[in-house]
Design a protein around this ligand. Structure first.
Ligand code: GLU
Length: 275
């Protein structure tokens, strides 16, 4: 049997909240139960929004919660985390592989353009997101191969319209999304020169040989997109375990703006966090 490898992957745009604490604790527990190895990855690829102080704070909070990770260079008795922003060269290699395979193409359309595009009638359920209209993609599949570098373009993944992407989630059961209906051509490289979340996360999970991805349920649909990337890169697809989201008193999903529910605010006020 392949050895279990898990990861916790905070994005340092704010302090960790109760939802992160629960998800990361679950990731640590599942890893421990499988006698596996847990990696800490700081997802700071968006250098404008991310701050080093929050990465440091996330590590302090994890320690305060008793969540330990098992890999990385020695940094004074602890393991240094893997830091995404230090590895853009690797992401560029992945971009080039996708380009060479004809999976992605450069695009000038912004998120705003996509939001303003006419919506299909089935798009009015809660989970609907604006879909990139298929007629906006270049007709020629190999169009991207004319480009030696990403340049100042958004690069999008051409999704297989109408194909149902199904997977079994270890916590939520069978899941399925239809490409071109539930999500459209998505950005893998941003025009400001950095990889988009979907590319960075898949590239790193492949490189780190992650066997099970534990994260919040808000990313279930992203998993369908990511499966397409695994396929394009001919990589082994990990198991998935999407944890329940923590809601605030009025039923909204917690966000980093909810400072009162941050791990450190709760602990500083003498509160206990059941994880
Ligand atoms: N960095 C992401 C977040 O903080 C998690 C991504 C993932 O686990 O795939 O929401």
């Amino acid at each position: 049997m392949e050895k279990y490898r898990g990861r916790i992957a905070p994005t340092p745009t704010g302090f960790l909240h109760l939802g992160h604490a629960k998800t990361f604790a679950l990731a640590a527990r599942r890893c421990r139960e499988a006698a596996g190895t847990l990696v800490l990855r700081i997802e700071d690829i968006d250098v404008v929004r991310c701050k080093k102080e929050f990465a440091t704070a996330a590590m302090e909070d994890l320690r305060a919660l008793g969540i330990a990770w098992d890999e990385g260079p020695d940094c004074g008795g602890d393991f240094a985390p893997y830091v995404q922003s230090q590895n853009t060269e690797y992401f560029l290699q992945i971009w080039a592989r996708l380009r060479d395979g004809g999976f992605i193409y450069p695009c000038r359309r912004s998120r705003k353009d996509v939001a303003a595009a006419p919506r299909a009638p089935h798009d009015n359920d809660d989970n609907a997101e604006p879909i990139f209209p298929a007629e906006w993609r270049p007709a020629e599949k190999d169009f991207g191969k004319n480009f030696a570098e990403p340049g100042d373009w958004n690069w999008r993944f051409r999704v297989p319209d109408g194909e149902r992407i199904s997977f079994r989630d270890e916590l939520c059961g069978e899941q399925s999304f239809v490409a071109g209906r539930d999500f459209g051509d998505f950005v893998v490289w941003r025009r400001d020169g950095i990889p988009a979340y979907e590319l960075a996360v898949v590239a790193d999970d492949i490189r780190m040989k992650i066997t099970e991805v534990v994260r919040g349920r808000d990313l279930l649909k992203s998993t369908a997109r990511q499966i397409l990337l695994y396929r394009a890169l001919a990589a082994t697809i990990p198991k998935w375990a999407h944890a329940p989201l923590v809601l605030d008193a009025v039923g909204r999903r917690l966000a980093k703006r909810d400072d009162a529910l941050s791990v450190r605010a709760i602990l500083a006020a003498g509160g206990k966090i059941e994880i």
